[in-house]
Design a protein around this ligand. Structure first.
Ligand SMILES: Cc1cc2nc3c(=O)[nH]c(=O)nc-3n(C[C@H](O)[C@H](O)[C@H](O)COP(=O)(O)OP(=O)(O)OC[C@H]3O[C@@H](n4cnc5c(N)ncnc54)[C@H](O)[C@@H]3O)c2cc1C
Length: 415
């Protein structure tokens, strides 16, 4: 691929979105520099559940979930929790979220998540041909299990996926136990995506993609970015704690930390974080063959190189609150409910999912700064969507034509 449309790009953020965008820009012969204040892939892209979930079209802006939210919040022992000190700051997001919890918005989100999820694995396959994924990626499918407590919600999910043509296999308890004999049958049914892949080490994969980016001539600057501005038609400026750097175009790919910059650019984008946790049970990854998600509990288990990763829950509480011991205990309890043989856990981790109230990402130019492109807000699916986001955003920067309808991802929907 060659390009004459753009002379240089600076990307803020070396999470999975940032490194995939960087790689795609180099493939278009556009000189690219990525900035990060930590080493690449150390935030949300580090500790996620590692699922590549092209089937996960239905998000959390749903009328059925909305009615359960108050009940869930009152229970300290459920999949959803609040840091009460953060609620006043989160009210605009909460109101906007409630506005999106109707059937029409739910189906709009599902349609446009499906549009990009549908291309997500082809985009990764291209990258996997260029990096060594031995011991990093498995294709053994992903299982979801549930109890009969929220069957109305389960039926809605199954039907929406069916309507969008997503492949799924509904399983009985017996069939689930044939696949995963070690788990305790505390569920009443489930679903199997037998074609799904999972990462055995998300950080290891991000690192490999980043190394490929460097090998192809990409640059990395390990500094904390303070401001982002567009100076004129041909110049954007990224200012770090140390220095100012100029590029023709810049990309904002800071995940949950992107709001600081959109505020600077004068756009009111209601980006918030859904905090999630993980722990590892070292040496226990061979108890299951593939990831299992317990939907009623909002948690899952993934066999990884670091051990069996127990991961999940949603905590609304912003970026600055300390981790909650109760959330960790909740995940540990859920893990032991499915696998009572588990003992002591290690590596307690808190991560920040970047989420907009309509659960669609923002991908596209800033409203008033056409040479600054946004690429954040991929919520629970940012790991799955990294490679396709790379292609979409690099395509935008290179002024390529696309068959995708990108208007639903524009930040202008909030202005
Ligand atoms: C518990 C949990 C489980 C998940 N499970 C899955 C899953 O199974 N499948 C799935 O598809 N998705 C999953 N996700 C979601 C997914 O991990 C995220 O959506 C995705 O990693 C976001 O990637 P990102 O590149 O946008 O952000 P991040 O990975 O957070 O990267 C942002 C980068 O920006 C950098 N940065 C921020 N501010 C600055 C600054 N001022 N200067 C310099 N650098 C800065 C940060 O250091 C960071 O490296 C999960 C998330 C969590 C928390």
């Amino acid at each position: 691929m060659s390009n004459i449309n753009c002379s240089s790009v600076g990307i803020i953020g070396a999470g999975i979105q940032g490194v995939c965008i960087g790689l795609q820009l180099l493939k278009r012969n556009i000189p690219t520099t990525i900035f990060d204040r930590t080493e690449p892939g150390m935030m949300a892209s580090y500790g996620n559940a590692g699922h590549f979930s092209p089937y996960a079209v239905l998000q959390l802006n749903r009328p059925d979930i909305m009615y359960d939210v108050p009940k869930m919040l009152m229970s300290s022992n459920g999949p959803l929790a609040l840091k009460w000190n953060y609620i006043p700051k989160m009210l605009p997001w909460i109101f906007n979220y409630l506005k999106n919890c109707n059937k029409k918005s739910m189906l709009h989100t599902a349609k446009y998540m499906h549009q990009i999820l549908n291309h997500s694995m082809d985009a990764y396959e291209e990258i996997f041909q260029e990096i060594d994924t031995t011991n990093l990626v498995d294709q053994k499918g992903i299982i979801y299990v549930w109890t009969n407590k929220n069957l109305k919600s389960r039926n809605l999910e199954i039907k929406t996926r069916e309507d969008l043509g997503v492949k799924q296999k509904i399983l009985t308890v017996k069939e689930i136990l044939e696949l995963e004999p070690n788990i305790k049958p505390v569920f009443t049914g489930g679903c199997f995506y037998d074609y799904a892949y999972h990462a055995r080490d998300p950080h290891g994969i991000t690192k490999k993609i980043f190394e490929l980016f460097l090998k192809k001539g990409g640059k990395f600057i390990n500094e904390d970015v303070k401001t982002l501005k567009q100076l004129n038609e041909k110049e954007t400026v990224i200012k770090t704690e140390k220095k100012e750097y100029k590029f023709e175009k810049s990309v904002l790919a800071c995940g949950a930390f992107s709001k600081k910059f959109t505020d600077q650019l004068g756009e009111k984008i209601p980006l918030e974080t859904e905090r999630g946790y993980h722990v590892h049970f070292k040496g226990m990854d061979n108890l299951i063959k593939r990831p299992i998600i317990f939907l009623d509990r909002g948690f899952g288990l993934t066999p990884m190189n670091q051990g069996l990763r127990a991961v999940g829950t949603v905590e609304l509480g912003g970026l600055d609150n300390p981790p909650s011991k109760k959330r960790i205990q909740y995940i540990v309890n859920c893990a032991k409910e499915l696998l009572p043989q588990l003992k002591q856990h290690q590596d307690e981790w808190l991560g920040f999912r970047p989420t907009l109230p309509d659960f669609l990402p923002v991908m596209g130019p800033s409203k008033n700064n056409k040479n600054i492109i946004y690429a954040f807000g991929h919520q629970h699916l940012g790991w799955t969507l990294g490679a396709i986001t790379g292609k979409i955003v690099a395509g935008l920067l290179a002024n390529e034509k696309t068959n995708l309808d990108l208007s639903p991802y524009s930040s202008s929907r909030f202005n």
